[in-house]
Design a protein around this ligand. Structure first.
Ligand code: GTP
Ligand code: MG
Length: 422
């Protein structure tokens, strides 16, 4: 799972990245602070409780009541689980800012878009305060609006995709004409596969061309038709959610107005203050505050056993006051919505022993694998290891005890043992 942070320069992409991944990166109040992409891991809670809450008392040695982990008894190889709230990893990519005209070489040009290859979704960080223009420079009055920021970004990504399709389109489309739609889809698939585009994305693109009234001689298709293909491919390959950032600089009504706009477009959106979350993440790192990632940013507690200076306390209380006005639980919550709602991902827990739910080293539910909805037991096997996929014989559902075939669908929170040839 890979999610890219995009937007015009100077909006808080790197601040968001740093708070989500607890990784220090360059952050500054001018455009193009980030040039090379930052890559890190964010941890998001699985919406359903970890199956370790279903483990019978007979097979665990740790007593739940005595456990500081709120009853969780699993042993995640990575991440953690407290109170049956299991955290799974999402790779985050923070790229350079995008400016209008990037497709013609302005700013960093299109180079950075290649950095987004293989991202499953994008989160656009938008500056709610509107204090900088689309190039990220401060300007008098309202320099640019959230709507403008959103529209130009979509346009730039689509123009970039169009320019990729345009390269050798008519020659390539003519070459595959005897193969019909199937060959045309394959031709488009090849062009976008380097960016992580799938056959499904190519099918969606060709369908869009047809329904836009394109003729049945694809090699004659012009800019407009290729643009409709790009638009459909963009929506399929890079669904976009929006973080209305820097909400600490605007009023509640103004935030509601902006959110309303994106909601009518059916876009997942949330008001955020990545600067506040960044400060809280640092404060948690140094033990000053406690909170669970994904809970509301005003819900932190100031720890009593560590001395907090009056200034620190003032800053923290100011954050609490400002954040308490905001709906939604911040960046981790937004990321969870992208993964589990927009992308409909599920989580399955493979084990080596379906009776004890452990791996070969006796670790309880060590792995949590994120899969697309509609994945089969065989897909899960491939998701764990290619050898397990190619040697797949059958699987068993550890909850029901039933044996299942390779084509059986996996559901959220399934605990599965894969039987494979070694
Ligand atoms: N008030 C406020 N300032 C913020 C917030 N998030 C980021 N900033 C500030 O905005 C400026 C730009 O932040 P960055 O994270 O470097 O922005 P960026 O989008 O990565 O910028 P580029 O890499 O140049 O494209 C910095 O001064 C941040 O401190 C926020 O939520 N509120
Ligand atoms: Mg940056």
């Amino acid at each position: 799972m890979r999610v890219g942070l995009v937007g015009k320069p100077n909006v808080g992409k790197s601040t968001s990245f740093s708070s989500l991944t607890s990784t220090p990166v360059d952050i500054a109040d001018y455009p193009f602070t980030t040039i090379e992409p930052n890559i890190g891991v964010a941890w998001i809670p699985v919406p359903d409780p970890c199956p370790c809450h279903n483990i019978s008392e007979e097979i665990i040695t740790t007593k739940r009541q005595e456990d500081e982990r709120g009853g969780s008894v699993c042993n995640p190889k990575s991440g953690s689980c407290v109170g049956f709230r299991r955290l799974v990893p999402v790779t985050m990519v923070d790229v350079a800012g995008l400016v209008p005209g990037a497709n013609e070489g302005r700013g960093r040009g299109n180079q950075f878009l290649s950095d987004l290859s293989r991202c499953d979704a994008l989160i656009q960080i938008i500056d709610a305060s509107g204090s900088t223009d689309l190039d990220g420079n401060y300007s008098e009055g309202e320099a640019s609006s959230p709507v403008q920021e959103f529209e130009f970004l979509i346009e730039e990504i689509e123009l970039w995709l169009t320019s990729i399709l345009k390269q050798g389109w008519s020659r390539g489309a003519r070459k595959v004409q005897s193969g019909g739609d199937k060959a045309l889809v394959e031709f488009v698939h090849q062009m976008i596969s380097g960016l992580g585009g799938s056959e499904k994305d190519a099918i969606v693109g060709i369908k869009a061309a047809k329904s836009s009234g394109a003729n049945d001689q694809p090699w004659t298709w012009g800019e407009e038709t290729l643009r409709s293909i790009s638009s459909a491919i963009r929506m399929s390959m890079f669904p976009i959610a929006v973080a209305i950032n820097k909400v600490d600089k605007i009023g509640k009504m103004e935030l509601q107005r902006i959110l309303e706009y994106f909601r009518t477009l059916n876009i997942t959106c949330m008001g955020t203050s990545s600067e506040a979350e960044f400060t809280l993440d640092k404060a948690r790192g140094s033990g000053l505050v406690s909170y669970r990632s994904g809970d509301h940013p005003s819900s932190f507690t100031i720890n009593q056993d560590i001395p907090v200076t009056p200034t620190q306390r003032k800053v923290l209380e100011r954050i609490r006051e400002k954040m308490s006005e905001i709906e939604g639980n911040g960046l981790v919550d937004l990321l969870s919505k992208v993964v589990f709602q927009d992308l409909s991902r599920i989580v399955a827990y493979p084990v080596a022993d379906e009776g004890k739910w452990v791996d070969t080293e006796n670790r309880i539910l060590p792995d949590a694998i994120i899969l697309p909805e509609g994945s089969t037991a065989r897909d899960l096997a491939y998701g764990i290891h290619t050898d397990l996929g190619s040697g797949f014989i059958r699987a068993s559902n550890a909850l029901s005890g039933r044996s299942i075939g390779g084509e059986s669908l996996i559901s959220m929170s399934d605990v599965i043992k894969i039987h494979a040839k070694t």
